[in-house]
Design a binder for this molecule. Structure first.
Ligand code: GAP
Length: 443
């Protein structure tokens, strides 16, 4: 089984990610985040917001409407140009992205392919009860445009001065011709984006600084190796003097993970033109100087972050059976391999599992209040079924950094056993100091 299949099977088995609408036979490569996937995704988004919005005095966040005035997408160039070349098979009528097929034959049936035509990737819908002309709108294909559209409002209300950024995260929709590779390319996905407004003369310095920020985020996420692909002249958008794609070696090949682009003042210029509003910035040090700021845009995909985090965290280990063996009432089966998700601790969907050694009331009456107390602080799980070895195995598979076992000694010594996911070492800790112990360990 290759790593991708292992991640898919673990996702389904443990409740990270399920096929969307599965009981109806699924829907076109859509995926649902299950209980653990939802926690994992939330941790990524919370950490990003904390790091790039809350902790930075020069960045503010917004949460804009997802359906925007359709003129936004005319101004941005999406109506005219946000398309992929599509080819259709004359025989089976399957459609492919022209740049994803080799030659002129259909990859499915070998039939002849028609000449490529442009296919706009934006999803259309209608506002209001009738589908009359003028009611047509789009689901946003990126989160970025709202930062330009709201630029003036943010400037007026926050009194931010250059350089400063506006950040947003949320869903984006693209009617991709060939979605696939699990959550890598889907028609509905989440982005985390920043438009960072600067003086034109300073763009290179800020570009470098954001590249460094992106590297530091990658390490924080647990990514050990990636590739920084400078997009050459002729392949970049016409307004961009520099674009770097952050690429990753997925099991299905080297492909984009994130992007960093210098967008000049293209977007503000376009929105000024299409809205008729003055979007210029007045330099407080030189009030006579009015200009449209230039923009550095770092962009992160949430779903690709999660996929890469899972690929990086996955490990299979040979373990001496005694290490997994724990004294239990029923005796323990021996195991010699374990799957462990070595998520960075901040990312783990469950931080602490409370595992009473058996279902007996004398243990539950200690373990349940302990869970209630710890759950105020961390994402916790309470699990009292199956043997302790199987429960450890499950927690390893979902990447829980600490397991707390309540055993028959606990009532006497007011202590529990804490097991570390990575070292599998066990420590006896007094209940009175357990919370602080875990706070320190998880910090
Ligand atoms: N505002 C710039 C922008 O949208 P992009 O490269 O088209 O740039 C940014 O998208 C990021 O969004 C990508 O680097 C990727 O992480 C994510 N992304 C784009 N299309 C996606 C899709 N169909 N499925 C999942 N993630 C996607």
């Amino acid at each position: 089984m290759d790593l991708m299949d292992k991640i898919l099977s673990l996702s389904k088995r443990r409740g990270f990610i399920f096929p969307g609408s599965e009981i109806y036979g699924g829907l076109a490569n859509s995926w649902d985040y299950g209980p653990l996937g939802a926690e994992l995704k939330k941790n990524i988004k919370d950490e990003w917001w904390k790091r790039f919005v809350r902790q930075r005095p020069d960045v503010v966040g917004i949460d804009a409407a997802l359906i925007m005035n359709p003129k936004v997408w005319e101004a941005s160039g999406h109506v005219a140009g946000f398309s992929d070349p599509l080819v259709e098979c004359k025989k089976c009528h399957e459609r492919f992205r022209a740049d994803h097929v080799d030659g002129t034959k259909c990859p499915s049936c070998g039939g002849e392919l028609m000449a490529p035509k442009q296919f706009n990737l934006m999803f259309k819908t209608n506002i209001g009860p009738t589908e009359e002309q003028g009611s047509e709108v789009y689901l946003r294909p990126e989160t970025a445009q709202a930062m330009f559209v709201d630029f003036k409002n943010v400037l007026d209300t926050t009194r931010k001065r250059l350089p400063f950024g506006i950040a947003q995260m949320g869903k984006a929709f693209r009617n991709e011709i060939t979605p696939g590779n699990f959550i890598f390319r889907t028609r509905e996905f989440e982005q985390m984006e920043i438009e960072y407004f600067v003086k034109e003369s300073e763009w290179e310095k800020h570009f470098e600084a954001w590249l460094e920020e992106m590297r530091s985020w990658l390490k924080h996420l647990g990514v050990k190796k990636w590739h920084e692909q400078e997009i050459p002249d002729g392949e970049r958008a016409h307004y961009s003097k520099r674009t770097v794609d952050i690429e990753y070696d997925y099991p299905f090949g080297r492909k984009e993970l994130y992007g960093l682009a210098y967008r000049g003042n293209f977007d503000l210029t376009q929105h000024e033109k299409f809205s008729g509003q003055d979007l210029k910035y007045t330099d407080p040090e030189n009030p006579k100087e009015k200009f449209l700021p230039h923009v550095i845009e770092p962009t992160w995909g949430v779903d690709r972050s999660l996929l890469v985090a899972m690929l990086e965290a996955y490990a299979e280990e040979e373990v001496k059976s005694s290490k997994l063996k724990v004294e239990s009432e029923n005796g323990e089966e021996e195991e010699d391999t374990r799957v462990v998700m070595r998520f960075p601790k901040w990312l783990a969907p469950v931080k602490v599992a409370i595992l009473p050694l058996s279902k007996k009331e004398e243990l539950a009456k200690i373990a349940k209040p302990l869970h209630a107390e710890l759950a105020k602080e961390f994402a916790c799980e309470y699990d009292e079924t199956q043997s302790i070895g199987k429960r450890y195995r499950r927690q390893d598979e979902i990447g829980t950094p600490y397991c707390v076992t309540v055993d028959f000694e606990t009532a006497n010594d007011q202590s529990v056993t804490v097991r570390d996911r990575d070292t599998m070492k066990q420590e006896r800790i007094a209940i009175s100091s357990l919370k602080q112990y875990l706070i320190d360990k998880l910090a």
